[in-house]
Ligand binder design. Structure first.
Ligand SMILES: [Zn+2]
Length: 366
């Protein structure tokens, strides 16, 4: 009986599994971790031998065995090799090329989805505080030049917000340099936004929702959570990892500064990840408790923000239209013009049903 070791690719994922292949008269029996299959030898094709190259067996279901055991393959398929010519070989070569292409695409996708967020955290932590503040300053300048105007709130209202912020910051071990800025940003509606380096922006429309002080404090505490956990910087790193790497390698600080201009758009368009929102919520609960306030107020704030959008009352069908609108807004956002409704908190609320869960959680004590 002929036996050999091989790597098994199931044709659907890029995962490689080490297997042992035993050949009976009619079948190849493939066994290994999570694999226990048999294929008719008659329906298996094999690539032509090239010096030092692995032999590839293409199995009837599109899966493959790769092996460097030339002798075993020659013994098994030696007399069949001349048949494996022409169209059959061309086809198998094509399917291999497609599988390879798929594997490359899969790896790239996996890196962007899983790898980049993983490296973004330590990378963001390496960004010097001074540079983080620069990025924040530039991001604010970019907002002021596009989506936002000076606030029309009365000075005492802004002072009041700053006092609420001070209250949730009180008692923190390392208080980062957090400053509160009010802006009138019609395009982004009732909103609060944390920029790298510690600037928290509150829109006039948010104050216009007439939330309780406790709920406003919860919003501020949540934003401080984003600052504390460096979420904005992590987003900057994530959305521009390539550019950031090049800038670092080339030592081009100006390039890093220009990245900041794209940050508000990135934040407003895609918002933070769900994990980041939950981290910020947890930070807010902790701060609220420390300040003698109820974590449930975050639930009230989320609900008020949710109600500030009309989508909540729409039917499912109209929601779908809304989704199309949002796609258009995204495109507009990229040009830096953003339209009403597309925005951090509110956009997040519209696209994540998980907000109901967050409200429930806040109300059950955080
Ligand atoms: Zn948030």
């Amino acid at each position: 009986m002929i036996e050999f070791n091989a790597d098994y690719f199931d044709g659907r994922s890029a995962a490689r599994r080490a297997v042992r292949v035993r050949a009976s008269d009619t079948h190849l029996h493939v066994s290994g971790e999570d694999v226990e299959v048999a294929y008719r030898i008659q329906e298996t094709t094999v690539n032509t031998p090239l010096a030092r190259l692995q032999r590839v067996l293409t199995l009837p279901d599109g899966s493959e065995l790769h092996t460097s055991d030339q002798a075993a393959i020659d013994a098994l398929f030696g007399d069949r090799l001349p048949i494996a010519t022409g169209l059959a070989r061309l086809e198998s070569r094509w399917s291999r090329a497609l599988i390879a292409l798929g594997a490359v695409a899969l790896c790239t996708w996996a890196f962007m989805v899983f790898g980049v967020p993983l490296v973004a955290r330590p990378l963001a932590a390496l960004v010097p505080a001074g540079m983080e503040r620069t990025v924040g300053r530039e991001a604010l300048a970019s907002l002021d030049g596009t989506l936002c105007n000076p606030s029309t709130l009365a000075a005492r209202d802004i002072e009041h917000l700053r006092r609420l912020l001070d209250r949730v910051l009180a008692g923190l071990d390392e208080v980062p340099d957090i400053t509160l800025e009010a802006r009138e940003c019609k395009a982004i509606g009732a909103n609060a936004l944390a920029l790298p380096g510690g600037t928290v922006i509150v829109t006039d429309a948010l104050v216009g929702l007439d939330m309780s002080d406790e709920a406003l404090s919860a919003v501020l505490a949540h934003e401080v959570g984003h600052v504390y956990r460096q979420h904005a910087m992590r987003m900057t790193v994530q959305t521009s990892l390539g550019a950031l790497l090049i800038a670092t390698v080339m030592g081009d600080a100006a390039a890093i500064t220009s990245l900041a201009y794209t940050l508000p758009t990135a934040l407003l368009n895609s918002g933070y990840s769900r994990t980041m929102e939950i981290e910020a919520d947890e930070f807010a609960y902790e701060r609220m408790r420390a300040a003698g306030l109820s974590p449930a107020a975050l639930g009230d704030a989320l609900e008020a923000l949710m109600k500030s959008r009309t989508w909540g009352e729409r039917t499912g069908e109209e929601k779908d239209e809304n989704r199309d609108e949002k796609r258009d807004e995204k495109r507009d956002g990229e040009k830096g013009v953003g339209k009403a409704n597309a925005s951090g908190w509110t956009d997040y609320l519209s696209s994540h049903p998980a907000v109901e869960e967050r409200i429930r959680r806040a109300r059950s004590g955080g």
